[in-house]
Design a protein around this ligand. Structure first.
Ligand SMILES: *[C@@H]1O[C@H](CO)[C@@H](O)[C@H](O)[C@H]1NC(C)=O
Ligand SMILES: *[C@@H]1O[C@H](CO)[C@@H](O)[C@H](O)[C@H]1NC(C)=O
Ligand SMILES: *[C@@H]1O[C@H](CO)[C@@H](O)[C@H](O)[C@H]1NC(C)=O
Ligand SMILES: *[C@@H]1O[C@H](CO)[C@@H](O)[C@H](O)[C@H]1NC(C)=O
Ligand SMILES: *[C@@H]1O[C@H](CO)[C@@H](O)[C@H](O)[C@H]1NC(C)=O
Ligand SMILES: *[C@@H]1O[C@H](CO)[C@@H](O)[C@H](O)[C@H]1NC(C)=O
Ligand SMILES: *[C@@H]1O[C@H](CO)[C@@H](O)[C@H](O)[C@H]1NC(C)=O
Length: 524
């Protein structure tokens, strides 16, 4: 689709703008502040539930590429220069068996319910063709694949890992340019004592290290993976704080056969859980303090990981566990949460955030196929809803613009006295290039009166007197559709952008207004 650019004058926007309720001055530094962190090209990446990776032409496609998925990922690549990384695994990785007689996969699903309209498969059997489907992803995609630790069966774990390695060694996958980065042995193994995969009486961190070392060690020996600049092992992938990176480091995991080829440490985070339903209020979810406190729980883990020389990632994350909460995870308000959360994670030293996706999950950025049941309550949809992007996808677009294409972005949080307004400054080669501001105050369908906004005045800036602003425009925080970024929509049949690009030119000395429930990207 062709992109045209229109610059609206500040005067016009000021006329149609809303009442300024608050006024705050922020100090921006033209040069890199100390403590700035890298903002990597793949900072916003995805994790996919393994059961419906191919399914019936689900995420990637079986006989041909799922063009919707491909376009949605390629849109991000066009902004950052690198396609998002893809991890496939999660709960299903511990319910997967490799079979020599299965071509792609065979899944067994429990019945849907109103709380879980799209349940995960309880049993997944895969063959070699399953892993070769990676060839349908964008060229250059770096992948992490899960291997079953839950079954405590080294033969099966080795079978899965060998099949993964065979796929990436095949000519069709080599030609596609999709690469294997990491093997993860076991998903959220800290929960095995509660979910029936191990006996709770003897499932301590020490039991885990012994068990993991046996199975992952067999995988490493059988595949010959060596870490370094080649394929390595993803460490930890824990759900909670019961087992920690420092805990397993102290138990000697890094000197085991598999521990020696660990390349990265992953932990998982959700800010709540919808496993048995419940009522979650969107307005209280859009909280600057909660975004921060949900990430600072990992501060000592990040520090311990960096001390050992490993990158630290949130290897699986999203708003609310068990596929998301309706009215929160699927809304435009959640898009603002995603922006603040991913950028805050970068500020806290987390190099990547892998947002978990399934088929029909409420928190998906991308619903890659047509669905005939409501993702919210499981009621039949007639006609079915087409493949679509959900509001959180616009967060990925804004964050990808913030990351930029040079691969050298660094990020620093901007100190803002206004509660529930966050800001980040992005630098390249030591120079201020972009800034992101997020007004998390909730403007809901039920809100009345004049929509409030915050006026931001800039201090400390030298040089250029003007900048351009691109807005993530949201009608209401609780809307599940119709957001735009820079005037453009991605809610199209093929996930390609549509509409005329609208960028606002501002004089920096005039500052900028940000409505409640809006985020902006400033290009200096
Ligand atoms: C905001 O602050 C600026 C700079 O102090 C001032 O010029 C302006 O009048 C203030 N605006 C409002 C709406 O308070
Ligand atoms: C372990 O996995 C292998 C290969 O799938 C299978 O043949 C064997 O029966 C499994 N062992 C147990 C104890 O389940
Ligand atoms: C764990 O507990 C179960 C049940 O008490 C027992 O059968 C098993 O041998 C124990 N395993 C270890 C490694 O202690
Ligand atoms: C920020 O937003 C959260 C969530 O809505 C709310 O609980 C909190 O009171 C807000 N803080 C302020 C100071 O307005
Ligand atoms: C995480 O976020 C949720 C939702 O905003 C909040 O209720 C919870 O208190 C936060 N947890 C922590 C540990 O900060
Ligand atoms: C919904 O789609 C699934 C998968 O294509 C199909 O098996 C099922 O019969 C459909 N249900 C309805 C009500 O159309
Ligand atoms: C989105 O906009 C369309 C067209 O204006 C409208 O029909 C639809 O109801 C809107 N959807 C939402 C969730 O706001």
């Amino acid at each position: 689709m062709r992109r045209r650019s229109a610059v609206l004058s500040f005067c016009l926007l000021a006329l149609i703008g809303s009442v300024v309720a608050d006024n705050t001055t922020v100090t921006l530094s033209n040069s890199l502040p100390s403590g700035a962190q890298p903002l990597t090209s793949t900072h916003l990446s995805f994790s996919i539930e393994q059961d419906r990776w191919p399914g019936r032409a689900d995420w990637v496609g079986t006989t041909e590429r799922n063009q919707f998925t491909f376009n949605a990922l390629t849109n991000l690549e066009s902004l950052t220069g690198s396609p998002p990384k893809i991890r496939v695994g999660a709960n299903s990785e511990d319910h997967t068996t490799w079979s020599p007689t299965v071509t792609i996969n065979e899944d067994e699903f429990p019945p849907p319910s109103s709380i879980t309209p799209y349940p995960e498969a309880t049993k997944i059997t895969v063959g070699d063709g399953y892993y070769r489907l990676v060839k349908f992803l964008p060229r250059g995609t770096q992948m992490t694949w899960g291997v079953n630790l839950g079954a405590d069966n080294a033969t099966n774990a080795v079978n899965m890992a060998k099949s993964i390695l065979r796929a990436f060694a095949s000519s069709e996958v080599k030609e596609s340019g999709v690469e294997l980065d990491l093997i993860e042995v076991g998903n959220e193994a800290d929960l095995y004592g509660n979910n029936g995969l191990r006996n709770s009486a003897n499932w301590t961190e020490a039991d885990y290290v012994a068990d993991w070392s046996a199975i992952a060690g067999a995988v490493v020996e059988a595949t010959g993976i060596q870490g370094g600049s080649g394929v390595g092992i993803q460490g930890c992938a824990f759900a909670g704080q019961g087992f920690t990176p420092s805990g397993v480091f102290n138990l000697g995991i890094l000197s085991t056969t598999a521990g020696k080829v660990i390349k990265q440490i992953s932990q998982h985070r959700y800010s709540g859980a919808f496993c048995s339903g419940g009522n979650f209020a969107l307005a209280s979810f859009m909280s600057k303090d909660s975004v921060r406190s949900n990430l600072t729980v990992f501060s000592s883990d990040v520090e311990a990981t960096i001390q050992k020389g490993f990158p630290y990632v949130l290897g699986e994350t999203n708003s609310i566990a068990c596929h998301g909460a309706p009215g929160v995870s699927n809304t435009a308000g959640a898009a603002l949460w995603v922006i603040d959360y991913t950028l805050q994670a970068a500020v806290q030293g987390m190099v990547e955030t892998f947002f978990h996706e399934g088929i029909g999950f409420k928190y998906n950025f991308i619903q890659p196929i047509s669905l005939n049941r409501s993702t919210v309550d499981g009621t039949p949809l007639n006609p079915p809803q087409p493949a679509l992007v959900q509001p959180a996808y616009y967060a990925a677009i804004l964050v990808s613009h913030a990351v930029g294409k040079t691969g050298s972005a660094q990020i620093s949080e901007i100190d803002i006295s206004e509660p529930n307004v966050s800001g980040y400054a992005i630098y390249e080669h030591g120079t201020l290039k972009r800034a992101v501001f997020i007004n998390l105050n909730a403007w809901l369908t039920s809100s009345t009166g004049t929509r409030p906004s915050v006026h931001i005045s800039f201090a400390g800036l030298k040089g250029s007197s003007s900048a351009t602003v691109s807005r993530l425009a949201i009608n209401h925080a609780d809307d599940i559709a119709n957001s735009t970024f820079a005037g453009q929509s991605y809610e199209t049949p093929d996930a390609l952008v549509s509409g005329q690009q609208v960028v606002q030119k501002i004089k920096l000395s005039n500052g900028v207004d940000i409505s409640s429930t809006e985020a902006i990207l400033i290009n200096f």
